[in-house]
Design a protein around this ligand. Structure first.
Ligand code: SAM
Length: 284
């Protein structure tokens, strides 16, 4: 038996569950699922299956369905359990709740009402894909799902054009090629990217290369499974002297000259000494 019955403080426990391989669940997650007074889940069938796989008895504990569009009444029901001093475990269908998944409104209402809100962290496709994509991870921007329409998707890409971070998107296999084609229109053929498919599962696949090469790779295939797309950042466009001055003045309101120069040089991709000298001039 992998789980233990533990005494949980009253409160809301967000529990991460596997994104593919069932054994990617933490022992603490199993303890919480085994011990919570109440279990709530985005998909109660998936939760029952998970409990069964890991030999965690549900017993006579309530198992309730909750997603953010269940609305206020379903949320209130869970909040009433918290008011009664109960521990409530919540899991989405797969991965980490709240990450392109329900849980935000529940988390907000429970914390606003002063209840303990805590988590049993674990798998998430965004972090797993970042480990495998071969793209920089010093800074990343998670965009979740882009809109389904072509124009919405392009607008989404345009808004991220200058972002100095690896861009991470969730995408459906049916739209992958269309999405990559739209990405080319905004970022160009040569932008490095990666497609991570079926992570942690039997047919896990990671393709890395330019957007153009990824379109070639996937165009003639029947694509199945779950997908994360990652796109490298481009070269920052040169900031004007005016932009630099404005950014420095703002930064120097709260930071030392040295720190302000560092922050602005990083944000605009401009040599640190050059920015530092400009900061000295502005200060003087
Ligand atoms: N909460 C989950 C998480 O923490 O990653 C994400 C849930 S979201 C509704 C589902 C999307 O996540 C899928 O459409 C896919 O884009 C991505 N995803 C989930 N599992 C995946 C996997 N095993 N491999 C690749 N992508 C996955």
């Amino acid at each position: 038996m992998n789980h233990q019955i533990v005494t949980l403080k009253p409160g809301l426990y967000f529990v991460a569950t596997p994104i593919g391989s069932a054994r990617d669940i933490t022992l603490r997650a199993l303890d919480i699922l085994a011990s919570a007074d109440v279990i709530a889940a985005e998909d109660t069938r998936a939760m029952r299956r998970l409990l069964e796989i890991h030999g965690v008895p549900l017993g006579d504990r309530p198992l309730l369905s909750y997603h953010d569009h269940s609305g206020a009444p379903a949320r209130d029901k869970l909040i009433r359990f918290l008011e009664a001093g109960k521990s409530v475990a919540y899991a989405s269908e797969a991965g980490t709740p709240l990450i392109a998944d329900p849980g935000y409104h529940l988390s907000k209402d429970a914390s606003d009402a002063g209840f303990l809100v805590t988590s049993a962290p674990g798998p998430s496709a965004v972090v797993t894909a970042l480990c495998l994509a071969g793209l920089p991870t010093d800074s990343f921007h998670f965009s979740g799902f882009l809109p389904n329409s072509k124009s919405g998707r392009r607008k989404g890409f345009e808004a991220l054009k200058e972002t100095q971070a690896t861009l991470v998107f969730y995408e459906s296999p049916r739209r992958l090629v269309e999405m990559l084609k739209d990405a080319v229109l905004v970022f160009g053929n040569d932008r490095q990217a990666a497609v991570c498919r079926e992570l942690t599962k039997k047919f896990e696949e990671v393709q890395r290369g330019s957007l153009e090469s990824l379109i070639e790779e996937f165009s003639d295939r029947t694509i199945k499974g779950e997908i994360v797309v990652l796109i490298d950042r481009g070269e920052p466009t040169a900031a004007s002297a005016e932009d630099l001055e404005t950014a420095l003045k703002t930064a120097m309101e709260t930071l030392s000259i040295r720190d302000a120069a560092e922050v602005v040089s990083k944000a605009h991709g401009v040599n640190k000494r050059k920015v530092y000298n400009l900061a000295l001039k502005l200060k003087g």
